[in-house]
Design a protein around this ligand. Structure first.
Ligand code: 2P0
Length: 323
């Protein structure tokens, strides 16, 4: 029996990933740029145990289906030259599957815990490539601070990995998450973004413009230009949701409180607070705040009708082994 425990933090994309390249291995059609969040994380323990006849998994003390997990563990087993089954025990410190990037922190933590438990010591890049095969956004949660995911060109996925852009302390932005619904979302991301080339007339434009958006964001981050980072972040979010709404069938992840929170962010900005919004495949609004402005933004968003809870967080660290 061998085991390891790892922690990985959730992340939110400022320039969004949506859509896959053809072929196996979960290859993204576009690159993305994200920030890792200190306050939202997953802790995962993996135990390889000769006594197990099949993999088992639990999340937040409830059993979960291993249909997506066993093929992922098979990648680790093949690499380590073992065929022992594993028990996975995982816990999120935030609501699961509600657009708070639980698959990002979940597969990053699982990648690190499973490889260590199997006796492997992967480099961060190798870990990112492995995590991507569990969930595209998980490749970014291997890193702290600001991270960029490369779409890559190769069919084997060896150039589709994330890497660090800035450590959290290099530009300590704050994030406020406004939770408007705690339920699990109705359309998961992998299904929502499958076959987009046939399902949305806007998809080719999304892919064609992605490199321009990534390049502008790289420059704005390098210059610590908060207004440009924020404007690009809102643009990428709204473009993503336009693409989602244009998909057959149309995906609408927002509720009335989502829209109210977006408008509240813009009203704060008009009144002089440096803050911009972004939203993923769910109804929660994430406010990107210049250093020192998180508390005021959290207070304002908590007053928006329909906002159930706010969480304020700093940028977080890379995934790490706890035990
Ligand atoms: C992102 N999202 O860049 C985008 C924006 C949600 C909206 O990556 O199919 O769970 O597992 O690779 O990573 C969510 O999609 O999708 C996501 P898979 P994933 O954060």
């Amino acid at each position: 029996m061998s085991q390891a425990t790892a922690r990985a933090h959730s992340n939110i994309a400022l320039i969004k990933y949506w859509g896959k390249r053809a072929g196996p291995r979960n290859l993204p059609a576009v690159g993305s740029i994200s920030v890792t969040l200190d306050g939202l994380y997953t802790d995962t323990t993996v135990v390889f145990d000769e006594a197990l006849a099949a993999d088992t998994a639990e999340l937040d003390k409830k059993p979960v289906d291993t249909a997506r997990l066993t093929p992922f563990l098979d990648l680790v087993r093949a690499r380590a030259g073992i065929d022992t089954r594993a028990a996975i025990v995982s816990a999120n410190n935030f609501p699961t599957g509600a657009g708070l990037a639980s698959s990002a922190s979940g597969f990053a933590a699982l990648s690190l815990a499973a490889t260590r438990a199997a006796g492997l010591a992967l480099s961060p890049r190798e870990l990112s490539i492995l995590a991507r095969q569990g969930s595209g956004s998980a490749a970014r949660s291997v890193f702290g601070g600001f991270a960029e995911m490369h779409r890559g060109e190769l069919d084997d996925g060896s150039d589709a990995f994330a890497e660090s852009m800035l450590d959290p302390g290099e530009w300590p932005l704050e994030i406020v998450v406004a939770i408007t619904d705690r339920a699990t979302k109705s359309v998961n991301s992998s299904i929502g973004m499958s076959h987009l080339d046939q399902r949305s007339d806007y998809y080719s434009a999304w892919v064609a413009h992605s490199e321009t958006d990534l390049s502008a964001m790289r420059d704005a981050i390098a210059a610590r230009d908060f207004e440009t980072v924020g404007a690009l972040t809102e643009m990428s979010c709204l473009k993503l949701h336009g693409l989602m709404m244009s998909t057959r069938p149309g995906l609408i992840y927002w509720n009335p409180a989502t829209v109210a929170a977006m408008q509240a962010v813009r009203a704060l900005r008009e009144a002089g607070t440096p803050v911009y919004f972004t939203i993923d495949a769910g109804p929660q609004v994430k406010a990107l705040c210049a250093p020192g402005h998180g508390e005021a933004v959290a207070r304002a968003l908590a007053r928006v009708p329909g906002v159930l809870e706010t969480r304020r967080t700093a940028l977080g660290p890379a995934a790490s082994v706890l035990a």
